[in-house]
Design a protein around this ligand. Structure first.
Ligand code: FMN
Length: 365
């Protein structure tokens, strides 16, 4: 591990992570589906948008605090759910959770974590959040509903405060880098601890996750019956689905193309966000992920209708490069950039970011 202090922005963490990771694992984290068109476009879309700041506002220094679905956050930035943190660092999701909690940032713990959700929650408990860690839980609904219900019950008991149901995965996307590297199984000793069968408290074997095309709105209704937690759908891109989600009483949407890892050539999330914001019309919170690398990207997402954004790969790069300290530095850099970008736009708070601050006509890619 080099000196983390020398890394001055989120993008530089990718190089630092690549320097320490096995190339096969670097490819697993960095890659996307097929031609990786969407992976590239997620970032490029933010570069195409310009910010048109206001001046002479007499504004106070910005305060970044927001509350989304009852969870208070020190900035409108969450940790997106990403699988297999142990492949990045031996302390795995525990390190990520400690860094996020220390920063007052909500972590969305992935169902496919390599540390059990109970242990992630324990790591996320800080003095301030002794009872309710700032933790949400990402779920792939399994066709075995009994097993799904048991996982949800574990997440609830651990103190998770929202369920983020990933709905863009009726199958696994075709990843050619993993094919080329013949990377299809976790290395020995690395397991999805939430998929372990628990019989009478005794740890048993670990199941395989099932990504099934049979999952439907019926399952979302079912889920509402087994838990009181707010339900956020992750991976909605089509405005008709956003409309249906609102009609079905879903509590929030996370606009996402899975970081370009599922269906290639889907639109960049920054480009699609305004269409979904129009449909949702403020009735439920809207989050977005994919390609967010700069404080200015966050301001653009807020201007286009998001309440908050989530970071995927930058957190993994921080974890690989420096464990808990690396994730902390990534989140600190993002906070510093966001304060600066809001100040330069003349905004006192995320809520003050209005649609007119962003313009898609000039393009500065
Ligand atoms: C290595 C990796 C693993 C991921 N695993 C999951 C997962 O298990 N569940 C999920 O809903 N999304 C998963 N995602 C998608 C992220 O939640 C998020 O949508 C995406 O990374 C955002 O894009 P970004 O990496 O450009 O920030 C994963 C992404 C990466 C890069």
């Amino acid at each position: 591990m080099g000196d983390l202090g020398e890394l001055v922005n989120l993008r530089e963490f990718e190089g630092a992570a690549q320097a320490v990771l096995d190339p096969v694992l670097y490819d697993y984290f960095a890659s996307g589906a097929q031609d990786e068109v969407t992976v590239r476009d997620n970032e490029a879309a933010y570069r195409r948008l310009t910010l048109v700041p206001r001046v002479l506002r007499g504004a106070a220094p910005p305060s970044l605090d927001v509350t989304v679905l009852g969870t208070g956050m020190t900035m409108p930035v969450l940790v997106a759910p990403t699988a297999f943190h142990r492949l990045a660092h031996p302390e795995a999701e525990r390190a990520t959770a400690r860094a996020a909690a220390a920063a007052g940032v909500t972590m969305i713990a992935a169902m496919l974590s390599t540390v059990a959700v109970e242990d992630i929650a324990a790591a996320a408990r800080t003095a301030e959040a002794e009872r309710d860690p700032s933790l949400w839980f990402q779920l792939y609904i399994q066709p075995d509903l009994g097993f799904t219900e048991a996982i949800v019950a574990r997440a609830v008991a651990a103190g998770c405060r929202a369920l983020v149901v990933t709905v863009d995965s009726p199958a696994l996307g075709r990843n050619e880098r993993n094919d080329r590297n013949d990377f299809h199984d976790l290395p020995p000793g690395v397991r999805c601890e939430n998929l372990r069968e628990l019989r009478g408290g005794e740890p048993g074997s670990v199941r395989q996750v099932v990504l099934s095309p049979e999952i439907s709105w019926r399952h979302i209704d079912w889920l509402r019956g087994v838990s009181d937690l707010p339900i956020v759908l992750k991976g909605v891109l089509h405005p008709a689905d956003a409309r249906e989600a609102v009609a079905n009483g879903v509590d929030g949407l996370l606009v996402s193309n899975h970081g370009g890892r599922q269906l290639d050539t889907t639109p960049a999330t920054a480009d699609q966000l305004p269409r979904l914001a129009e449909v949702v019309d403020g009735r439920i919170p809207l989050l977005v992920d994919g390609g967010v690398r700069r404080g200015t990207d966050v301001v653009k997402a807020l201007a286009l209708g998001a309440d908050a954004v989530a970071l995927g790969r930058p957190v993994l790069w921080g974890l690989a490069a420096g464990g808990e300290a690396g994730v902390s530095r990534v989140l600190d850099l993002m906070r510093t950039e966001l304060v600066n970008a809001l100040t330069l736009c003349g905004c006192e708070a995320p809520r003050g970011v209005t649609r007119d601050l962003v313009d898609g006509r000039h393009g500065c890619a």
